[in-house]
Ligand binder design. Structure first.
Ligand code: F6P
Length: 400
């Protein structure tokens, strides 16, 4: 009897817009190549004890391209909580692995597509090391996975943050208020940075840049002196307070990620007590994870789904599809989970934001990073006794 040509797929970890688009992309392209697809329910949990899956086909994946969440359901950690770092490796239970292998064998899976963030991909890596044929698809609104320029879900989350800032701007301006908006971003400030720039924030506080209240308050006062009596502040949930503390909603948890949240309220309370200004806080929370994916995320997710199927069929296991603009490539999963992608404090987006006067709470106001760079180039070429302004003027003349 001919061996079944079957691919498994699952969605693991926190959901994000675009998961269904990956599923649809994978099912459509697999079917056209003669493979059928089964979807495991509730992430890795559906693989074993009890095994829970549904056949996926054209019919039950119709119309899901624009739908948020995941039709397969998901589990954050559960019985499958693994890490693969050299120092802090947490092994999956060998009994669980045996059960998973049995499921692979019984269903004659040619490969399993695991859609997840760093924790879920670490599980996929351990499956790979156990000899199971897996391919990873990177997912997270936080955009903190290395080896891919973007994860799908990020653009949708940023869109949510930007739209919220647009709305906050009009009400803040009407009431001369300071508005603090807390966004997700556990280890990385990508959502805060991009929605902050896109939504015209005045202050952006992210985990990668140490900040202080003096600089933030100075910015609010500076704006007020210029007649701009409202200020928009975006803060990532993972941004540490100036004393180095992370704001969590619960005691540290050993068996799962500790829930973050609340930094926005703390920042607002401190600013209010220092400046006696009218201030309000909004925590976007899971609004950023729900809803329809943006066009960008639909396109990226669809490509990831189709290319993950290609990888399974080519036997390119232990790899993750990734976006290396304009191409979709693959990289070893290990490469992607070993290092987080965080905002470089000197990146062009941060520099551009600073050049237009957005503060990250870290440096004296009014100093443009470009001015600093110009100063450096000017100093290299001209008499060091010149003032900065003279040097810049001289450089401008040369460039003209
Ligand atoms: O990793 C994505 C993320 O949205 C983080 O930004 C956030 O800290 C976490 O998930 C929230 O997870 P949960 O939905 O389990 O509370």
């Amino acid at each position: 009897m001919a061996k079944a040509k079957r691919i498994g797929i699952l969605t693991s970890g926190g959901d994000c817009p675009g998961l269904n688009a990956v599923i649809r992309g994978a099912v459509k392209s697999a079917n056209r190549l003669g493979y059928d697809v089964v979807g495991f329910l509730k992430g890795y949990e559906g693989l074993v004890d009890p095994v829970q899956y549904i056949p996926l086909n054209d019919k039950n994946t119709r119309g899901i391209l624009s739908r948020g969440g995941t039709i397969l359901g998901s589990t954050n950690k559960g019985r499958f909580a693994a890490t693969v770092g050299v120092q802090d490796r947490v092994e999956l239970d060998p009994e669980l692995m045996k059960g998973v292998k049995t499921t692979f064998d019984q269903l004659s899976l040619s490969g399993l597509i695991c859609i997840g963030g760093d924790g879920s991909l670490a599980v996929a890596q351990q499956f790979h090391e156990y000899g199971l044929p897996v391919v990873g698809v990177p997912k997270t609104i936080d955009n903190d996975l290395s080896a891919t320029a973007f994860t799908f879900g990020f653009d949708s989350a940023v869109e949510c943050g930007t739209e919220a800032l647009d709305r906050l701007q009009t009400t803040a301006a009407s009431h001369d208020r300071v508005m603090v908006m807390e966004v997700m971003g556990r280890h990385a400030g990508w959502i805060a940075l991009h929605s902050g720039i896109g939504g015209g924030a005045d202050v952006i506080l992210i985990p990668e840049i140490k900040w202080d209240y003096e600089t933030v308050c100075q910015k609010i006062l500076e704006r007020s002196n210029e007649g701009k009596r409202f200020t928009l502040i975006v803060v990532a949930e993972g941004a540490e307070l100036p004393d180095g503390n992370l704001v969590t909603q619960e005691q540290e948890q050993l068996d799962r990620q500790t829930r973050l949240g609340g930094v926005g309220h703390i920042v607002a309370a401190e600013i209010e007590s220092r400046l006696k200004c009218d201030i309000r806080t909004v925590v976007l929370g899971h609004l950023q994870r729900g809803g329809a994916p943006t066009t960008f995320d639909r396109v990226l997710a669809t490509q990831f789904g189709a290319h993950a199927v290609r990888s399974v069929i080519q036997g390119n296991f232990g790899h993750m599809v990734c976006y290396n603009p304009p191409h979709i490539n693959t990289v070893p999963i290990m490469e992607a989970v070993n290092k987080l992608s965080v905002v470089e404090p000197d990146s062009s987006a941060v520099q551009a934001a600073k050049a237009m006067g957005i503060t990250f709470g870290d440096c004296k106001l009014g100093i443009s990073p470009f001015k600093k760079h110009l100063k450096e180039s000017a100093e290299a070429d001209y008499d060091p006794s010149e003032t900065v302004d003279e040097a810049i003027e001289a450089l401008a003349k040369i460039e003209a």
